[in-house]
Design a protein around this ligand. Sequence first.
Ligand code: HOZ
Length: 427
Amino acid sequence: MKTTTSKKLFAAAQRVIPGGVNSPVRAFRSVGGHPLFIKRAKGSRLYDVDGNGFIDYVLSWGPMILGHAPAPIIRAITRAAAHGTSYGAPTELEVRLAQMIAEAVPSMQQVRLVNSGTEAIMSAIRVARAHTKRDGVLKFEGCYHGHADYLLAKAGSGVATLGLPDSPGVPRDFARHTLTAPYNDIAAVQKLIEAHAGELACVIVEPVAGNMGVVPPHDEFLPMLRTLTRKHGILLIFDEVITGFRVHYGGAQALYRIMPDMTCLGKIIGGGLPVGAYGGARELMQQVAPAGPVYQAGTLSGNPLAVTAGIAMLKELQTPGIYRKLEERARVLADGLGEAAKKAGVPLIQTRVGSMMGAFFTKEPVVDYATAKQSDTQRYAKFFHRMLGKGVYFAPSQFEAAFLSTAHTPRDLTQTLATAYTVFRAL
Ligand code: HOZ
Protein backbone atom coordinates (compact mmCIF):
# COMPACT_ATOMS: atom_id res chain seq x y z
CA MET A 1 0.00 0.00 0.00
CA LYS A 2 1.44 3.40 -0.98
CA THR A 3 1.41 5.88 1.90
CA THR A 4 4.05 8.41 0.85
CA THR A 5 1.82 11.46 1.20
CA SER A 6 0.61 10.42 4.66
CA LYS A 7 4.22 9.88 5.72
CA LYS A 8 5.21 13.36 4.48
CA LEU A 9 2.22 14.96 6.18
CA PHE A 10 3.02 13.19 9.44
CA ALA A 11 6.59 14.51 9.32
CA ALA A 12 5.25 18.04 8.76
CA ALA A 13 2.60 17.58 11.44
CA GLN A 14 5.15 16.54 14.04
CA ARG A 15 6.95 19.84 13.57
CA VAL A 16 3.89 21.90 14.50
CA ILE A 17 1.55 19.59 16.44
CA PRO A 18 2.68 17.57 19.49
CA GLY A 19 3.12 13.98 18.33
CA GLY A 20 1.71 15.05 14.96
CA VAL A 21 -1.91 14.52 16.00
CA ASN A 22 -4.67 16.39 17.79
CA SER A 23 -5.75 13.39 19.87
CA PRO A 24 -3.23 10.76 20.98
CA VAL A 25 -4.85 7.47 19.86
CA ARG A 26 -4.72 8.65 16.25
CA ALA A 27 -0.93 8.51 16.22
CA PHE A 28 -0.67 4.70 15.78
CA ARG A 29 1.86 4.65 18.67
CA SER A 30 0.77 1.31 20.10
CA VAL A 31 0.54 -0.43 16.73
CA GLY A 32 3.61 1.19 15.19
CA GLY A 33 4.02 2.93 11.86
CA HIS A 34 2.47 6.26 11.03
CA PRO A 35 -1.15 7.39 10.87
CA LEU A 36 -2.95 7.69 7.57
CA PHE A 37 -4.13 11.18 6.76
CA ILE A 38 -7.71 11.12 5.60
CA LYS A 39 -8.97 13.10 2.67
CA ARG A 40 -12.63 12.15 2.55
CA ALA A 41 -15.18 9.58 3.64
CA LYS A 42 -18.48 8.32 2.29
CA GLY A 43 -20.78 5.58 3.57
CA SER A 44 -18.73 2.77 5.06
CA ARG A 45 -15.50 3.98 3.43
CA LEU A 46 -12.58 6.18 4.38
CA TYR A 47 -10.15 7.44 1.71
CA ASP A 48 -6.65 8.62 2.54
CA VAL A 49 -4.48 11.25 0.88
CA ASP A 50 -2.64 8.56 -1.11
CA GLY A 51 -5.87 7.36 -2.69
CA ASN A 52 -6.31 4.20 -0.60
CA GLY A 53 -9.86 3.23 0.38
CA PHE A 54 -10.83 1.37 3.56
CA ILE A 55 -13.93 -0.20 5.07
CA ASP A 56 -14.10 1.83 8.26
CA TYR A 57 -14.98 0.27 11.62
CA VAL A 58 -13.76 3.25 13.69
CA LEU A 59 -16.43 5.64 12.41
CA SER A 60 -14.86 8.66 14.12
CA TRP A 61 -14.82 6.61 17.35
CA GLY A 62 -18.51 5.85 17.15
CA PRO A 63 -20.76 8.73 16.12
CA MET A 64 -21.14 7.98 12.42
CA ILE A 65 -24.01 5.52 12.96
CA LEU A 66 -25.37 6.29 9.49
CA GLY A 67 -21.93 5.99 7.91
CA HIS A 68 -19.93 8.91 6.59
CA ALA A 69 -21.50 11.95 4.95
CA PRO A 70 -25.10 10.70 5.02
CA ALA A 71 -27.24 12.74 2.65
CA PRO A 72 -29.88 14.00 5.17
CA ILE A 73 -27.21 15.30 7.56
CA ILE A 74 -25.09 16.91 4.87
CA ARG A 75 -28.18 18.60 3.38
CA ALA A 76 -29.19 19.93 6.80
CA ILE A 77 -25.70 21.24 7.61
CA THR A 78 -25.33 22.86 4.21
CA ARG A 79 -28.67 24.62 4.54
CA ALA A 80 -27.85 25.77 8.07
CA ALA A 81 -24.38 27.06 7.13
CA ALA A 82 -25.95 29.49 4.68
CA HIS A 83 -27.73 31.11 7.66
CA GLY A 84 -24.52 31.71 9.61
CA THR A 85 -22.23 29.50 11.63
CA SER A 86 -22.45 30.93 15.16
CA TYR A 87 -24.56 33.60 16.85
CA GLY A 88 -23.67 33.41 20.55
CA ALA A 89 -27.41 33.80 21.17
CA PRO A 90 -30.18 31.24 21.63
CA THR A 91 -31.89 29.52 18.70
CA GLU A 92 -35.05 27.49 18.21
CA LEU A 93 -32.82 24.63 17.06
CA GLU A 94 -31.33 24.24 20.56
CA VAL A 95 -34.80 23.93 22.06
CA ARG A 96 -35.70 21.27 19.49
CA LEU A 97 -32.57 19.19 20.11
CA ALA A 98 -32.95 19.44 23.90
CA GLN A 99 -36.59 18.33 23.56
CA MET A 100 -35.60 15.37 21.38
CA ILE A 101 -32.93 14.30 23.88
CA ALA A 102 -35.27 14.67 26.86
CA GLU A 103 -37.91 12.58 25.06
CA ALA A 104 -35.44 9.86 24.17
CA VAL A 105 -33.71 9.77 27.55
CA PRO A 106 -36.31 10.36 30.28
CA SER A 107 -33.67 10.67 33.04
CA MET A 108 -32.57 13.90 31.29
CA GLN A 109 -35.51 16.12 32.17
CA GLN A 110 -33.33 19.15 31.52
CA VAL A 111 -30.39 19.27 29.16
CA ARG A 112 -27.46 21.64 28.76
CA LEU A 113 -25.67 21.50 25.41
CA VAL A 114 -21.88 21.83 25.39
CA ASN A 115 -19.11 21.15 22.87
CA SER A 116 -17.67 17.75 23.76
CA GLY A 117 -18.08 14.71 25.96
CA THR A 118 -15.20 15.87 28.15
CA GLU A 119 -16.97 19.16 28.79
CA ALA A 120 -20.28 17.43 29.50
CA ILE A 121 -18.70 15.18 32.09
CA MET A 122 -16.71 17.94 33.82
CA SER A 123 -19.90 19.96 34.10
CA ALA A 124 -22.08 17.08 35.33
CA ILE A 125 -19.55 16.33 38.05
CA ARG A 126 -19.57 19.99 39.09
CA VAL A 127 -23.35 19.79 39.47
CA ALA A 128 -23.03 16.56 41.47
CA ARG A 129 -20.47 18.15 43.76
CA ALA A 130 -22.57 21.24 44.28
CA HIS A 131 -25.69 19.19 44.94
CA THR A 132 -24.14 16.78 47.44
CA LYS A 133 -21.65 19.29 48.90
CA ARG A 134 -19.03 16.55 48.62
CA ASP A 135 -15.90 16.38 46.44
CA GLY A 136 -15.25 12.68 45.91
CA VAL A 137 -15.70 10.86 42.60
CA LEU A 138 -15.66 7.11 42.14
CA LYS A 139 -14.74 5.89 38.68
CA PHE A 140 -13.83 2.53 37.21
CA GLU A 141 -10.42 1.36 36.03
CA GLY A 142 -10.19 1.45 32.24
CA CYS A 143 -13.20 3.74 31.85
CA TYR A 144 -12.44 7.01 30.11
CA HIS A 145 -14.44 10.13 30.82
CA GLY A 146 -12.44 12.73 28.95
CA HIS A 147 -9.28 14.45 30.01
CA ALA A 148 -10.35 16.53 33.03
CA ASP A 149 -7.73 16.55 35.81
CA TYR A 150 -9.49 14.34 38.29
CA LEU A 151 -10.67 11.77 35.70
CA LEU A 152 -7.34 10.59 34.34
CA ALA A 153 -6.79 8.09 37.14
CA LYS A 154 -6.48 4.59 35.65
CA ALA A 155 -8.17 5.90 32.54
CA GLY A 156 -8.85 3.94 29.36
CA SER A 157 -8.63 5.10 25.74
CA GLY A 158 -5.37 6.91 24.88
CA VAL A 159 -4.08 6.64 28.44
CA ALA A 160 -4.44 2.84 28.25
CA THR A 161 -3.23 2.71 24.65
CA LEU A 162 -0.02 4.56 25.47
CA GLY A 163 0.38 2.61 28.73
CA LEU A 164 0.61 5.84 30.73
CA PRO A 165 0.23 5.55 34.50
CA ASP A 166 -1.76 8.76 34.95
CA SER A 167 -0.98 12.25 33.73
CA PRO A 168 1.61 14.66 35.05
CA GLY A 169 0.15 18.12 35.48
CA VAL A 170 -2.75 16.88 37.58
CA PRO A 171 -2.48 18.51 41.01
CA ARG A 172 -2.26 15.93 43.77
CA ASP A 173 -5.02 17.83 45.52
CA PHE A 174 -7.37 17.09 42.62
CA ALA A 175 -6.36 13.46 42.15
CA ARG A 176 -6.96 12.66 45.79
CA HIS A 177 -10.68 13.18 45.30
CA THR A 178 -10.88 10.31 42.80
CA LEU A 179 -11.31 6.71 43.89
CA THR A 180 -11.13 3.85 41.41
CA ALA A 181 -12.61 0.37 41.46
CA PRO A 182 -12.39 -2.54 39.01
CA TYR A 183 -15.26 -2.59 36.48
CA ASN A 184 -17.90 -5.22 37.22
CA ASP A 185 -16.53 -5.78 40.75
CA ILE A 186 -19.54 -5.20 42.98
CA ALA A 187 -17.79 -6.25 46.20
CA ALA A 188 -14.98 -3.73 45.64
CA VAL A 189 -17.44 -0.93 44.88
CA GLN A 190 -19.55 -1.75 47.90
CA LYS A 191 -16.49 -1.66 50.16
CA LEU A 192 -15.30 1.67 48.74
CA ILE A 193 -18.71 3.28 48.90
CA GLU A 194 -19.30 2.15 52.45
CA ALA A 195 -15.88 3.40 53.55
CA HIS A 196 -16.21 6.78 51.78
CA ALA A 197 -19.96 7.39 51.60
CA GLY A 198 -19.78 10.78 53.31
CA GLU A 199 -17.14 12.04 50.84
CA LEU A 200 -18.53 10.82 47.52
CA ALA A 201 -20.46 13.20 45.27
CA CYS A 202 -20.91 10.69 42.47
CA VAL A 203 -20.15 7.37 40.91
CA ILE A 204 -19.45 7.77 37.20
CA VAL A 205 -19.53 4.81 34.85
CA GLU A 206 -19.64 3.91 31.20
CA PRO A 207 -22.71 1.61 31.27
CA VAL A 208 -20.95 -0.42 28.59
CA ALA A 209 -17.23 0.22 28.88
CA GLY A 210 -15.91 1.24 25.47
CA ASN A 211 -12.49 2.68 26.15
CA MET A 212 -10.62 -0.47 27.22
CA GLY A 213 -12.05 -2.33 24.28
CA VAL A 214 -15.71 -3.20 24.80
CA VAL A 215 -16.52 -4.62 28.24
CA PRO A 216 -20.25 -5.16 28.86
CA PRO A 217 -21.61 -4.85 32.39
CA HIS A 218 -22.44 -8.02 34.29
CA ASP A 219 -26.19 -8.41 34.90
CA GLU A 220 -26.00 -7.23 38.51
CA PHE A 221 -23.41 -4.48 38.09
CA LEU A 222 -25.51 -1.48 37.05
CA PRO A 223 -28.52 -2.37 39.27
CA MET A 224 -26.15 -2.68 42.24
CA LEU A 225 -24.56 0.68 41.46
CA ARG A 226 -28.03 2.18 41.38
CA THR A 227 -29.00 0.61 44.72
CA LEU A 228 -25.76 1.51 46.49
CA THR A 229 -25.63 5.11 45.28
CA ARG A 230 -29.27 5.70 46.16
CA LYS A 231 -28.77 4.26 49.62
CA HIS A 232 -25.88 6.65 50.35
CA GLY A 233 -27.20 9.79 48.64
CA ILE A 234 -24.48 9.63 45.97
CA LEU A 235 -25.37 10.63 42.40
CA LEU A 236 -25.02 8.01 39.69
CA ILE A 237 -23.71 9.47 36.43
CA PHE A 238 -23.86 7.49 33.21
CA ASP A 239 -21.24 8.47 30.68
CA GLU A 240 -23.16 7.62 27.51
CA VAL A 241 -20.82 9.46 25.15
CA ILE A 242 -20.32 6.20 23.26
CA THR A 243 -23.50 4.28 24.13
CA GLY A 244 -26.11 7.07 23.92
CA PHE A 245 -28.14 6.59 20.72
CA ARG A 246 -25.64 3.86 19.74
CA VAL A 247 -26.80 0.75 21.63
CA HIS A 248 -30.44 1.91 21.75
CA TYR A 249 -32.27 5.12 20.88
CA GLY A 250 -32.58 5.81 24.63
CA GLY A 251 -28.99 4.80 25.36
CA ALA A 252 -27.68 1.99 27.55
CA GLN A 253 -30.01 3.14 30.32
CA ALA A 254 -32.99 2.17 28.16
CA LEU A 255 -31.39 -1.14 27.23
CA TYR A 256 -30.64 -2.08 30.84
CA ARG A 257 -33.61 -0.21 32.34
CA ILE A 258 -31.58 1.74 34.88
CA MET A 259 -32.31 5.38 35.59
CA PRO A 260 -29.12 7.29 36.47
CA ASP A 261 -29.28 10.69 38.16
CA MET A 262 -27.29 12.36 35.42
CA THR A 263 -26.31 11.45 31.87
CA CYS A 264 -23.57 12.73 29.60
CA LEU A 265 -23.75 12.50 25.83
CA GLY A 266 -21.24 13.37 23.13
CA LYS A 267 -20.46 13.41 19.44
CA ILE A 268 -23.40 11.23 18.34
CA ILE A 269 -25.90 13.99 19.13
CA GLY A 270 -23.99 16.27 16.76
CA GLY A 271 -24.00 13.78 13.90
CA GLY A 272 -20.21 13.79 14.22
CA LEU A 273 -19.86 17.53 14.73
CA PRO A 274 -18.41 18.73 18.05
CA VAL A 275 -21.24 18.51 20.59
CA GLY A 276 -21.86 17.21 24.07
CA ALA A 277 -24.74 17.39 26.50
CA TYR A 278 -25.37 16.71 30.13
CA GLY A 279 -28.65 16.46 31.92
CA GLY A 280 -30.66 15.04 34.74
CA ALA A 281 -33.65 15.68 36.91
CA ARG A 282 -34.99 19.22 36.73
CA GLU A 283 -34.18 19.80 40.38
CA LEU A 284 -30.49 18.98 39.76
CA MET A 285 -30.19 20.93 36.53
CA GLN A 286 -31.84 24.01 38.04
CA GLN A 287 -28.55 24.53 39.87
CA VAL A 288 -26.82 25.38 36.59
CA ALA A 289 -26.27 29.09 35.83
CA PRO A 290 -28.19 31.24 35.13
CA ALA A 291 -31.00 29.20 36.76
CA GLY A 292 -28.70 28.51 39.71
CA PRO A 293 -25.18 29.23 40.97
CA VAL A 294 -23.18 26.37 39.34
CA TYR A 295 -21.26 28.12 36.60
CA GLN A 296 -20.74 26.63 33.16
CA ALA A 297 -20.72 28.46 29.84
CA GLY A 298 -19.50 28.39 26.23
CA THR A 299 -19.70 30.66 23.19
CA LEU A 300 -20.07 27.73 20.80
CA SER A 301 -22.43 25.72 23.01
CA GLY A 302 -25.58 24.91 21.05
CA ASN A 303 -23.79 25.88 17.85
CA PRO A 304 -26.39 26.06 15.03
CA LEU A 305 -24.49 23.76 12.64
CA ALA A 306 -23.82 21.10 15.23
CA VAL A 307 -27.34 21.25 16.60
CA THR A 308 -28.84 21.05 13.11
CA ALA A 309 -26.72 17.99 12.39
CA GLY A 310 -27.83 16.49 15.70
CA ILE A 311 -31.53 17.01 14.99
CA ALA A 312 -31.16 15.43 11.55
CA MET A 313 -29.20 12.53 13.03
CA LEU A 314 -31.75 11.79 15.76
CA LYS A 315 -34.60 12.02 13.24
CA GLU A 316 -32.87 9.39 11.09
CA LEU A 317 -32.27 7.21 14.12
CA GLN A 318 -36.02 7.16 14.74
CA THR A 319 -36.48 5.13 11.54
CA PRO A 320 -38.28 1.93 12.56
CA GLY A 321 -36.06 -1.15 12.52
CA ILE A 322 -32.77 0.74 12.35
CA TYR A 323 -31.34 -0.68 15.59
CA ARG A 324 -32.49 -4.21 14.67
CA LYS A 325 -30.70 -3.93 11.34
CA LEU A 326 -27.52 -2.67 13.02
CA GLU A 327 -27.67 -5.47 15.57
CA GLU A 328 -28.20 -8.16 12.92
CA ARG A 329 -25.27 -6.95 10.82
CA ALA A 330 -23.05 -6.59 13.88
CA ARG A 331 -23.90 -10.15 14.87
CA VAL A 332 -22.92 -11.41 11.41
CA LEU A 333 -19.62 -9.54 11.63
CA ALA A 334 -18.80 -10.60 15.20
CA ASP A 335 -19.81 -14.24 14.68
CA GLY A 336 -17.89 -14.36 11.42
CA LEU A 337 -14.75 -12.91 13.01
CA GLY A 338 -15.04 -15.42 15.84
CA GLU A 339 -15.35 -18.34 13.41
CA ALA A 340 -12.46 -17.08 11.28
CA ALA A 341 -10.21 -16.77 14.35
CA LYS A 342 -11.23 -20.22 15.56
CA LYS A 343 -10.60 -21.85 12.20
CA ALA A 344 -7.20 -20.18 12.09
CA GLY A 345 -6.41 -21.29 15.66
CA VAL A 346 -6.12 -17.73 17.02
CA PRO A 347 -7.49 -17.24 20.55
CA LEU A 348 -9.90 -14.32 20.50
CA ILE A 349 -12.32 -13.15 23.17
CA GLN A 350 -15.23 -11.24 21.68
CA THR A 351 -17.62 -8.83 23.32
CA ARG A 352 -20.54 -7.00 21.78
CA VAL A 353 -23.48 -4.83 22.74
CA GLY A 354 -25.59 -3.96 19.71
CA SER A 355 -23.30 -2.51 17.07
CA MET A 356 -20.41 -1.84 19.46
CA MET A 357 -17.83 -4.62 19.38
CA GLY A 358 -14.64 -5.75 21.03
CA ALA A 359 -12.15 -8.46 20.06
CA PHE A 360 -9.32 -9.17 22.49
CA PHE A 361 -6.30 -11.27 21.57
CA THR A 362 -6.40 -13.35 24.74
CA LYS A 363 -7.76 -16.70 25.95
CA GLU A 364 -9.34 -15.59 29.21
CA PRO A 365 -12.72 -13.81 29.51
CA VAL A 366 -12.44 -10.03 29.61
CA VAL A 367 -14.51 -8.49 32.40
CA ASP A 368 -12.45 -5.49 33.51
CA TYR A 369 -9.30 -3.49 32.82
CA ALA A 370 -6.94 -6.06 34.35
CA THR A 371 -8.28 -8.84 32.12
CA ALA A 372 -8.39 -6.53 29.07
CA LYS A 373 -4.71 -5.77 29.65
CA GLN A 374 -3.86 -9.49 29.39
CA SER A 375 -4.39 -9.14 25.64
CA ASP A 376 -1.49 -9.68 23.29
CA THR A 377 -1.16 -6.12 21.99
CA GLN A 378 1.65 -7.06 19.62
CA ARG A 379 -0.57 -9.61 17.97
CA TYR A 380 -3.30 -6.97 17.74
CA ALA A 381 -0.79 -4.61 16.08
CA LYS A 382 0.01 -7.26 13.45
CA PHE A 383 -3.69 -7.94 12.88
CA PHE A 384 -4.38 -4.21 12.59
CA HIS A 385 -1.62 -3.53 10.04
CA ARG A 386 -2.41 -6.56 7.89
CA MET A 387 -6.11 -5.70 7.82
CA LEU A 388 -5.24 -2.10 6.99
CA GLY A 389 -2.95 -3.22 4.19
CA LYS A 390 -5.91 -5.12 2.74
CA GLY A 391 -8.34 -2.23 2.99
CA VAL A 392 -10.02 -2.70 6.40
CA TYR A 393 -9.63 0.03 9.01
CA PHE A 394 -10.00 -1.07 12.65
CA ALA A 395 -8.92 1.11 15.59
CA PRO A 396 -5.16 1.56 15.95
CA SER A 397 -5.37 0.22 19.51
CA GLN A 398 -6.44 -3.01 21.18
CA PHE A 399 -8.24 -0.86 23.75
CA GLU A 400 -10.79 0.83 21.49
CA ALA A 401 -14.14 -0.38 20.19
CA ALA A 402 -15.18 -1.33 16.68
CA PHE A 403 -18.44 0.15 15.39
CA LEU A 404 -20.82 -0.63 12.60
CA SER A 405 -23.01 1.78 10.63
CA THR A 406 -26.16 1.39 8.59
CA ALA A 407 -23.99 2.12 5.54
CA HIS A 408 -22.00 -1.10 5.95
CA THR A 409 -23.38 -3.51 3.35
CA PRO A 410 -23.49 -7.30 3.51
CA ARG A 411 -20.76 -7.16 0.87
CA ASP A 412 -18.54 -5.06 3.15
CA LEU A 413 -18.99 -7.67 5.84
CA THR A 414 -18.20 -10.59 3.52
CA GLN A 415 -15.08 -8.81 2.31
CA THR A 416 -14.00 -8.03 5.89
CA LEU A 417 -14.52 -11.62 7.02
CA ALA A 418 -12.62 -13.11 4.08
CA THR A 419 -9.76 -10.69 4.74
CA ALA A 420 -9.79 -11.44 8.46
CA TYR A 421 -9.54 -15.17 7.85
CA THR A 422 -6.46 -14.72 5.65
CA VAL A 423 -4.92 -12.38 8.22
CA PHE A 424 -5.68 -14.63 11.21
CA ARG A 425 -4.04 -17.55 9.42
CA ALA A 426 -0.91 -15.54 8.83
CA LEU A 427 -0.60 -14.30 12.44
N1 HOZ B 1 -11.74 6.43 22.92
C1 HOZ B 1 -11.75 7.77 22.49
C2 HOZ B 1 -13.14 8.27 22.41
N2 HOZ B 1 -14.02 7.76 23.33
C3 HOZ B 1 -10.97 7.91 21.22
C4 HOZ B 1 -10.99 9.27 20.62
C5 HOZ B 1 -9.76 10.05 20.84
O1 HOZ B 1 -9.24 10.08 21.96
O2 HOZ B 1 -9.31 10.63 19.87
